[in-house]
Design a protein around this ligand. Sequence first.
Ligand code: ATP
Ligand code: MG
Length: 760
Amino acid sequence: MQNLLHNLNEEQLAAVTLPAQSALILAGAGSGKTRVLTTRIAWLIQTGQTSQSGILAVTFTNKAAKEMTARLSAMLPINTRGMWIGTFHGICNRLLRAHFKDAGLPQTFQILDSQDQLSAIKRMLKALNVDDEKYPPRNLMYFINSAKDQGLRAKDVDAADDYNRKFVELYELYDQQCQREGVVDFAELLLRTYELLSRNQPLREHYQARFRHILVDEFQDTNDLQYKWLKLMAGPHGAVFAVGDDDQSIYAFRGANVGNMSAFEREFKVENLIKLEQNYRSHGHILDTANELIANNSKRLGKNLRTDAGHGEQVRIYESISDLAEAQWIIEQVKNLIAEGWGRSEIAILYRSNAQSRVLEHALFSSAIPYRVYGGQRFFERAEVKHAIAYLQLMDNLHNDSAFLRVVNFPTRGIGAKALEQLQDAARQYNCSLYAAVPYVAGKAGSSLNAFIKLIEGARFESQHMPLQEMVKLVLERSTLMTHYQSEKEGADRIENLEQLVSAATLFVSEEGFGLDAPAFLGPQALASAGTGITLGDGIEIIDADASLVTLMSPLSAFLSHASLEAGDNQAQAGQDALQLMTVHSAKGLEFDAVFITGLEEGLFPHENSAKEEGGVEEERRLMYVAITRARKRLYMTFSQTRMLHGQTRYNLRSRFFDELPEDSIKWLSSKVVKQPNSWFAHPKAAWVETPESGNNKIAQGFNRQGSEWRIGQGVAHAKFGEGVIVNIEGDGGSTRAHINFGKFGMKLLDLSVAKLEKV
Ligand code: ATP
Ligand code: MG
């Protein structure tokens, strides 16, 4: 036991060894919350207070769950496979698989990711002839998800007016559609489990008796339903050990409710509230910067952080003239760091919104530095992978209409819009799935649809005894996806991804313990009758036991859930020693030796949407606090005067957060490289770029032949904008661009090889 506890400080030790009651560990970033939670699990098991099956641990991401499981394996001589450590979604998926009947789901129910959910909604609106301008699909999706996140079914939602009543009605119809197709969205996973356990007393009591220890990391970001779910799961006797940091609550937009912390203290009768105040992650200047920034927030539970690590280096701040220049500068710094011996995977570049990664990726790609993007387009979201997955989904559940529509005519097999319309009409008429409606379609349309069905059924039959990876190969071939992409000019990448899918399947079955030979279709029924089911006192049989995926799902179902739930790293790049790129949101809980926080501009970080919401800026500040506290030794913050976002050049003010940092802990690397004229900021909306596409090349060439040399301060005249002054020039050769102040037209960024400019 000594070795488990010896590297904990006094407060951490107290937290780890608390008696089996509910407790709240409230502490700032890097104070060892996650370490404490993991060590507590090990301690509970090692001291015989519970077996590993008595533990339920909730993490925020799949990645965090994996890490926790790996740490536990290192701490204890136990086999951690099958332990209940996962995200809320992962855990609910497991429960629903085990109790699909009681939950009213088909055994092979499938999970819709957000992209699938949106297309299911669009499809429904179309079928119902609902005006999607009046009722935008995205708004409906948001409406449905936030209702579900609060634990509300359509019948429970109070609609204020007719407009809202329509949303409620559509919510109800959407749920019916999902039920008919055997699919559940993310929020449904939780709500369905919650309803299952509230309704089913024996089942509830079984799990309450089983999980006497529930541990939750990142508690500040639980939403209302998750909180209710925890309450139900814990029952009257369970002990919930929650760790969190109110200053890191950054998911309000997804329904997270930091108020759950005080509710928890009250409702779980928490006698033990422990604060951890020693930070083990960051050097002094970095920590001071974080502390001073977050002190600007008003609603805080209040706690301090200190470090013994010494001041370390000051935070480096750099201002650039454009996003391109910012990316270039960052790459230079990264190269220096690598040359100095910093590990690539210990360097992270963080940004507020995903759209910012493109410029960075481009620069990294050109400089041949290996990098890995988290949370960008996920491997399983790539179109070709989605297509292949849709074939697999259909083989597992013929009634999944989303999957059906995705591939019925892809690759093309002559099934046109008309045929599909006929099919959809029939499905509506007989209230059945598209698959089931095929026999009702006559004529040529009917026979080509039939051929498609034969294809799926044939592949299903042929692969019935095959292991998963063989089945995937068969699908790629039978579907003709492979040959389709082989004939496509730019199909090489796609083929590589499809091949990667076979490897992903192989890796999955071996990691999850299915065995490389296990038939993909062989599901839990067979396993249950082999004796893994347990019977409760009153004759209700449930499959629980150690509840590893193997006992609950067929390899195929498990793999399909994984494809929907996996936080989705780019698998092709996994395992490399690569630079880490991600949004600040996805950096939560992680740490790196060196961190770049980029794009610190008003409108971007803090995000412009935050101004519209109450408490919005405070949430952005917490996000900034999360970003800063990811860094161990070195921290850079960058911002740029101009940025191309969503096809527009934006002129930016630097982020207000710079004014909230302690002078002593920061160092300005750029002494305001360019003097900005006042009007620079007077036209923040000015966004007009003249590029080779938009310009008139003839005039430009003629103009350039004059060999004119441009310089800052030069007066110019433009046909459209009148007279102006060049305030900055960037790039060279054919791609020289000038920032020109055109007075009442504001700042423009013009490409000098095309712009119709004259000197004045
Ligand atoms: P966050 O709020 O960012 O999630 P956290 O509070 O969960 O942070 P951890 O990630 O658990 O913090 O710990 C931060 C770092 O400090 C880790 O590298 C961890 O190993 C280290 N650490 C924690 N406690 C100690 C300790 N007592 N001695 C040495 N290192 C420690
Ligand atoms: Mg943590």
